[in-house]
Design a protein around this ligand. Sequence first.
Ligand SMILES: Nc1ncnc2c1ncn2[C@@H]1O[C@H](COP(=O)(O)OP(=O)(O)OP(=O)(O)O)[C@@H](O)[C@H]1O
Ligand SMILES: Cc1ncc(CO)c(N)n1
Length: 266
Amino acid sequence: MTPHTALTIAGSDSGGGAGIQADLRTFFANGVHGLVALTAVTVQNSLGVQGFTEIPADVVCAQIKAVASDMGVDAAKTGMLATAEIIRSVAKTLDELGLDFPLVVDPVAASMTGHSLLREDALEAIRTELFPRATLITPNLDEVRLLTGVSVTDAATQRAAAEALLEFGSRWVLVKGGHMLGTSECVDLLSDGREFLELSGPRYITENTHGGGDTLASAITAELAKGASVPDAVAAGKKFIERCVAESYSLGKGVGPVSPFWVLDR
Ligand SMILES: Nc1ncnc2c1ncn2[C@@H]1O[C@H](COP(=O)(O)OP(=O)(O)OP(=O)(O)O)[C@@H](O)[C@H]1O
Ligand SMILES: Cc1ncc(CO)c(N)n1
């Protein structure tokens, strides 16, 4: 049987734990065929990002058009987009395609070691060009602060952040709580402005969470590609990432990756 398709528009991680590598293994683990529009080549390992080179914007868009026109896209996600020019071109291309599939925008600004993955002014372009076209946006707490100025420290500020982010025009927002320190639970808040759904799970004690945000967003995208509603896709994505954090491993001298290898024993 031909599987559903999910497109990732994102950068490559030479360490294999984040970026398109995380997306493709997550798509596979969730039973969808992964398509790729590569935006940048990063030089990185478990210790951090040493640099990156972006792909020309017209080549990024040509990849999207090539797969969309021939194979069809059931859902798409964006990760590292590198430059404002790439962001604007991707938005235009999605419009040209009619954007008749769900779009998850993970507003990747920096790696977890704090290295920038976006040229200056590009986060503003994600906000104005992509958020209004997004079915769901999935910022972490650092990205929330950069986008809204809100510092999330508890349930009330997480809800205030969700409300502020929805003003930018996405249908849904997931404010991820992975970086909320001092809590024994990891609580992500999903909202469309009417419903506020707390997705809560155990916080595992591990340093090895590289690629966690990408893995969550691509697991959600895979579920959307298969036809799930946003709340169902996010609930399934949360279960998936939890298990991947629980089974993460050390690799290299720094932060190891979350791992979907457990699906091989399913
Ligand atoms: N220690 C942990 N135990 C369980 N779940 C976690 C843990 N850390 C993060 N998560 C979950 O992983 C997902 C990603 O959240 P997080 O806030 O870490 O995103 P991120 O910062 O974008 O990820 P990345 O580490 O890729 O930069 C969320 O669902 C969050 O609740
Ligand atoms: C290529 C790439 N995309 C996203 C992230 C964020 O996890 C990363 N470290 N590298």
